[in-house]
Design a protein around this ligand. Structure first.
Ligand code: NDP
Length: 286
């Protein structure tokens, strides 16, 4: 049984999920999701802007695993934030994935018509097309700007998080509303320097685990949902084998001390919204 966390809307979310960012839709996403389900993942994280929702849906269908046993997330891209467009896009995602509902749908980025897009998510939730709704890449600034205007609190905020970037200020804000933080790039996108930190290699030796498992277990014990990505079956398997050991309070403190307070992506930087909008045209092949 996968460990779960309870969201502020009462639904449960598996504590570990398989992310499919940058896996191409040339059969590779299908193969990766089939393998991930085979090795035991029951939570898949995709997005409109990953261009692979269809293969995720097909892999879920062909796995033969009951739909209710798999937690499926997708995300609305900023290009589609206008209310009517957002509503139509949610239906298009469901159709593309061959699903009747999504477990979680996120506003992928905090730019453009955020409030109208959020209303579309709320309305889709009200009619059962989405079970839980959340946001992504909301820094403390964006959280304070938008969330007080939302009628429904986000259930999650999916942001960059790893031992080098522990999002302290944001986590204080989220804790007040029992909002779960989901870590994107929980392994620092495979950052070797992070994997070779002495405290991490020491703990790996002590627990007979690898560096990735120590990092993911640390994040898990911090109450964070982790979405590691690997296209290799051996790593898919090891990355989820993190629940048979427990880091001590002193070890957690030592890992907290790795925080540099800065990540690779700064959503607050000027021009990021415009850049992202021009970088991903999700309707190029419509
Ligand atoms: P991750 O931190 O998951 O790192 C993935 C990289 O690490 C890959 O290169 C992988 O290589 C390598 N890797 C995986 N496991 C191990 C291991 N055990 N030891 C050493 N290297 C390893 O970064 P991602 O950017 O992929 O983030 C994960 C997920 O988060 C995405 O797939 C997506 O779902 C989500 N995401 C969301 C964003 C957002 O804006 N909301 C932005 C970015 C990501 P290999 O495949 O060769 O194993």
């Amino acid at each position: 049984m996968t460990q779960t966390f309870t969201l502020n809307d009462g639904n449960n979310i598996p504590a570990i999920g398989f992310g499919v960012f940058q896996i191409p839709a040339d059969g590779s996403t299908y193969a990766a999701v089939r393998e991930a389900l085979e090795v035991g993942y029951r939570h898949i994280d995709t997005a409109q802007a990953y261009f692979n929702e269809k293969e995720v849906g097909q892999a879920i269908k062909d796995s033969g695993i009951p739909r209710e046993d798999i937690f499926v997330t997708s995300k609305l891209w900023i290009q589609d934030f206008a209310y009517e467009t957002a509503k139509a896009t949610i239906d298009a995602t469901l159709e593309k994935m061959g699903l009747d509902y999504l477990d979680l749908y996120l506003l992928h980025q905090p730019y453009g018509e955020v409030e109208r897009a959020w209303k579309a998510l709320e309305d889709a939730k009200a009619v059962g097309k989405i079970k839980s709704i959340g946001v992504s890449n909301f820094t403390p600034n964006f959280w304070k700007q938008f969330v007080p205007k939302f009628a429904t609190l986000p259930a999650v905020n999916q942001v960059e998080f790893n031992p080098y970037f522990q999002q302290r200020e944001l986590r204080e804000l989220l804790a007040k509303d029992k909002v779960v933080l989901e870590a994107w790039a929980p392994l620092g996108q495979g950052n070797r320097t992070l994997f070779e930190e002495p405290i991490i290699t020491r703990l790996a030796k002590k627990y007979d685990k690898d560096a990735g498992q120590i990092i993911l277990r640390f994040e898990n014990q911090e109450g964070i949902v982790v979405l590691p990505k690997s296209t290799k079956k051996s790593r898919m398997t090891s990355n989820k084998d993190i629940f048979d050991f427990e880091l001590t309070a002193d070890e957690l403190a030592a890992l907290r001390a790795l925080d540099k307070g800065k990540g690779t992506h700064d959503p607050d930087a000027p021009g990021v919204g415009e850049y992202l909008l021009s970088a991903y045209d999700i309707h190029a092949n419509d």
